[in-house]
Design a protein around this ligand. Structure first.
Ligand SMILES: [Zn+2]
Length: 370
């Protein structure tokens, strides 16, 4: 799962300097020669230099000025598909030959996610992240797990909170939860066939490792760093959201699920590098997320909102789209544009659609009523 980051030798410039030094030294030896002799010798040497350098040129592109902040060599592109699943999230990251799916839409729409992946000939998900225990993020988990093989699943520890309410009374879990756990248990049973009990594992991993640090791993050459959940005793399930920064070259994307402004505030207090180019709006553009301080710290260049047209929550909320407009941030919206695909080479990025409007969810709902 955790592929090594490819660090390429950046020896191109040094090689050129050494060769030029040799040329100059030889030229100095020829100081007694005629101009024509010097010119011929130089031409010959330049030919040799070009031949020596040419095989390396393709692998040394990361040495270009301006790319010096790229922490690792960039090969190919990363694509991020913000799949249109109505009022829900399902975001697919593809880099190299690895994929990560970030949330799986609602129960009943997990099949749409499966079809979307199958249409892309994806039959294996390296990492599946289920941000938090709400239907619009985790609901389609069983449909995905039962149809596409998953290497590793990350989700917060939700087992207790799904079985008991705040007063300690047992509650009946939703159907999608039971179906998801059935799928997880059946995968675990396969994994642990013939494995001694004390060595058995689960496909279900928590976002924090054994050393208490948030997991960091790679999808191809893209680096995924989890930042949250920061606590294990939230009253609002949204705050269990796994937050992550996905970096490919110098392009960073922030994903915060439905984490509220309380979590955003807590993230600002951590020693995190929150600077990104692209932010998937928190909680589908709700005003319970997307605080100005958090946006200012991230200083994104654009926003993606995953929400359903004329949804019952009025997402995205007017004050939030107004804030995006005030900050001069283009907004890409699944409710207006359908599936949104961002492609990046690690230096620049493009979207498959034009930016959308700053129309709020309520304004769209009011239009429906007329
Ligand atoms: Zn949500």
């Amino acid at each position: 799962m955790v592929a090594n980051e490819t660090i390429k030798k950046k020896g191109g410039k040094r090689k050129i300097t050494i060769l030029l030094t040799i040329i100059l030294s030889i030229c100095l030896l020829f100081t007694g020669c005629t101009d024509q002799q010097k010119e011929d010798t130089l031409d010959l040497l330049i030919d040799i230099v070009v031949q020596i350098l040419s095989p390396d040129e393709t692998t040394d592109s990361t040495e270009e000025p301006g790319n010096s902040d790229i922490p690792f060599a960039v090969e190919g592109e990363m694509q991020v598909h913000f799949i249109d699943v109505g009022q829900a999230d399902a975001t697919l990251f593809i880099q190299g030959d690895q994929v990560m799916l970030f949330d799986v839409a609602t129960a009943g729409r997990g099949d749409d996610v499966v079809k979307y992946l199958q249409d892309l000939n994806i039959d294996y998900i390296d990492v599946l992240v289920l941000t938090h225990p709400h239907d619009d993020h985790m609901g389609g988990a069983a449909e995905v797990l039962n149809n596409i093989e998953v290497g590793k699943l990350y989700a917060p520890d939700i087992f207790d909170i799904m079985e008991y309410n705040k007063n300690g009374e047992p509650i009946k879990p939703p159907v999608w939860y039971s179906e998801m756990m059935t799928a997880v248990n059946s995968i675990d049973a396969q994994l642990n066939k013939g494995v001694p009990k004390n060595q058995q594992t689960s496909i279900w991993n928590f976002p924090v490792n054994e050393d208490g640090e948030f997991e960091k791993f790679t999808i191809g050459d893209a680096v995924v760093q989890f930042y949250a959940p920061l606590e294990d005793d939230y009253s609002d399930k949204n705050d269990y959201s796994i937050c992550a920064k996905v970096s490919f070259g110098s392009i960073d994307i922030m994903m915060t699920g439905d984490a509220t402004t309380a979590v955003e505030k807590a993230l600002l207090k951590q020693n995190y590098d929150l600077d990104v180019e692209i932010f998937q709006a928190g909680h589908h553009g709700s005003d319970t997320s997307n605080s100005k301080d958090f946006l200012n710290e991230m200083s994104p260049e654009c926003i993606v909102i995953s929400c359903g047209m004329q949804n019952k929550h009025d997402h995205p909320v007017k004050s939030v789209v107004d804030l995006f407009k005030e900050l001069d941030l283009p907004v890409y919206r699944t409710d207006e544009s359908g599936d949104i695909i961002m492609t990046t080479d690690g230096t620049e990025y493009i979207f498959n659609v034009e930016p959308g409007t700053y129309t709020s969810g309520k304004e769209y709902n009011d239009q429906k009523g007329k």
